[in-house]
Write a protein that binds this ligand. Sequence first.
Ligand code: ATP
Ligand code: MG
Length: 422
Amino acid sequence: MPQPLQPHIVDPAASRDFAASVVSRLRSAGHEAYWAGGCVRDELLGRTPADYDVATDAPPEIVRNLFGRRRTLAIGAAFGVITVLGPKSAGQVEVATFRADVGYTDGRHPTEVIFCSAREDARRRDFTINGLFLDPLTGAVHDFVGGREDLAAGIVRAIGPPAMRFGEDHLRMLRAVRFAATFGFAIERDTRLAIERMAHLVVAVSPERIAAELRGMTSGGGRRLALELLEETGLAREVLPEVAPADEAGRRTWRELASIVAAIDEPSLPQALALLVMPGQERSLAAIATRLRLSTFEAKAARWLHAGLESLGEAADLERRPWSTVQPWAADTRGPLLADLLRARAACGRGDAEAAAWFTRQVERPRHEIDPTPILTGDDLLAAGMPAGPAIGEVLVRIRTLQLDGRLTTKEEALAAVREGG
Ligand code: ATP
Ligand code: MG
C-alpha cells in the first residue's frame, strides 16, 4: 500500500507522466525499465494507480547517479529500491532493481536480495495479477506469470506454490483477501486452500501491518466481500478473535454485519469495528485497539461510535427522549459518522429507520442550535459567590442539561435554579 514520503496533493495525470518519464530516462541510458506490479494491474483494470513502481536492470547506484542525489532517497537501497522524487504535483516513484528475495526466516522479510532478470523479478512477487510489467512508452505488457489471463478472469492466484509463498511471507494471505475483495475477484482454489490451512500463521505478522490491511479492506468498495473472506478463510479468527464467529448462528450474524458495513457511506476501520463488536462488549473493542496498535484517534472513534450505537441504536423513540441525552451524540464532531452507522443498520433491517433519519436531521441542524452557548459559566458561579472546586463543574452539567431540555433559557433563571437547588 502506498506510504507517501511527500504528502502533497498528487495529481494523477502528473504522477503518471512523471512515472513514464522515469522509465524513459532509464531507457535512454541503455537500461531495461518498466512499470511493475500494482500500477500495471490497476492500469489494465482501468483504475487510477495510487502510485507507480518502476522495475529496472540498473543497479541502485546507477539509478541514484542518473536522477541525482538531491532528487532521490536511498532508504530502501539495501533491497535495491531508490525513491525518485518528482515535481510536487507528481509525487514520487519507487525504482527497484530486478531482484529475487531469498532466505525468508521470520515469515515476513527476506534476509537477502539478489539482483536478477525481469523474469525472475516477476516470480518473487505475490500474485500473478501483481506480477506484470508494462512499457509505458509502447503499451507493451510483459507477462512471465500468466497475470494477464488471471486479470481478465478475475482470479487472485499465488505465483508458484501457494504454501511456499505464504510460508515466506504470511502477510500475503491478508493481501490476497484485500485484492480479491477490492476487485471482486475469486481466490484461486489452491491459493485459497493454502490460506485456510496457514491462516493461524498470520499472527506472526506485525500488528501495524495487519491493521493496515484491515484498514484497506474495511474502507474500500469490497468491504463486504473482505469480511466474508476473512471469516471463510479462518483469518478473522486470527486477526479479530474477539469478534470472529464461533458457530453457524455467529456466522449468520457476521454476514449480516458485513452487509451493514457495506451500507456505510463513509467507511473506515473504526466504523466497521463499532459495528462488529456486540453491544456490551466494549472490552473486546479495547482489546482489538490495543493489539492492533490502532491510533488514539481510531481507538477513540471506534469506542465512541460503539457507545453511541448502544445508546441510540435500538431506540424507536429517539424523538421523545430528553434532548439532553441525545445532544452529546448529535453535537460531537463524529455525529455524522454515528448517523451514517444508524442509517446503514436501519437500511439492513436493524434498528429504526425513522429514528435514524431523525438523528441525521439533528446532526445537520445549524451549530448554534445543536450546541448553543451555555447560559451559565464557571465565572458566573464564582461571581455569584460559589467557592471554587469540583462542585462548580457538577452544577454546570446540571444547568446544561436543563438548558438543553428547554427548562432554563436565561442566566438569571439559571442562577435562581442554582440557589434553589443548592
Ligand atoms: P496497492 O498499492 O493497491 O495496495 P500493490 O500491488 O501496488 O497494491 P504494493 O504494496 O504497493 O501493492 O506493492 C507493489 C508490488 O510489489 C505488488 O504489486 C507486488 O508485485 C509486490 N509486492 C508487494 N508486497 C509484496 C509481498 N508481500 N510479497 C510479494 N510481492 C509483494
Ligand atoms: Mg502500490
